[in-house]
Design a protein around this ligand. Structure first.
Ligand SMILES: [Zn+2]
Length: 217
């Protein structure tokens, strides 16, 4: 039996304000790198690596907590559901959706960052923009803010890879819903809210960075 829910909500976890602070710090770090100021960039990226963000992410991705993970038991999905063959869209379609959504999670509103820019930052500052195999070895904000796509109607429930069925999601929101529908988890449909479009670019400004510059070593 499905749990009874309070009135519809937008996401499982209320984003903590430090997510927004970290996005600002990373943007300032990107601007420093573009200006050739690697020393300040290092400082800013280090400041964004906040333990409180790692703790927030762990609420979703860590050990099962019934308050957060009641949905970890997957719904029974009938064999009659027709699934589209291709799991995810092309990278250019994916990026177009992020741009459409203003590089923000359409569930909780958190600003997210382009994963290829995350890689770029890691290559510039490997010790500080950490990206190891284990969660503990990942920079807390780079992990929490990595952009991903979420199917509004889950793929396993017949959802397609077409643009109207896909929205930008932060790590916590992407991970949390599993194969449940919006109705089953008591969420509003995020497509009912217009995206927030402003100067936030998901750190894509870093695409202008010259990676071979000695200033970045
Ligand atoms: Zn989110």
């Amino acid at each position: 039996m499905l749990p009874t829910h309070a009135p519809a909500r937008r996401c499982f976890l209320t984003p903590i304000p430090q997510l927004s602070s970290a996005a600002d710090l990373l943007a300032s770090a990107a601007d420093c790198l573009l200006a050739g100021d690697a020393a300040n960039a290092r400082q800013l990226v280090a400041e964004a690596d906040m333990p409180v963000i790692a703790a927030y992410t762990a609420l979703v991705t860590g050990a099962v907590n019934p308050l957060v993970h009641w949905q970890s038991a997957m719904p029974s999905v009938g064999d009659e559901v027709e699934r589209s063959d291709q799991r995810m869209p092309t990278s250019s379609s994916e990026r177009a959706i992020y741009v459409r959504d203003g590089w923000r999670c359409r569930y909780c509103g958190t600003r997210v960052i382009d994963r290829s820019m995350r890689t770029r930052l890691h290559r510039c500052l490997p010790e500080i923009a950490r990206w190891g195999a284990r969660n503990a070895d990942k920079h807390a904000a780079l992990a929490a803010l990595s952009a991903s796509l979420d199917h509004i109607v889950p793929h396993s429930r017949g959802g397609t890879n077409d643009e109207p069925n896909l929205v930008t999601a932060c790590n916590a929101c992407q991970f949390g819903r599993g194969q449940w529908t919006l109705e089953e988890v008591g969420f509003f449909n995020p497509r009912k809210y217009p995206p927030t479009l402003d100067a936030w670019d998901g750190l894509t400004r870093l695409s202008r960075l010259t990676m071979t510059s000695n200033d970045l070593q």
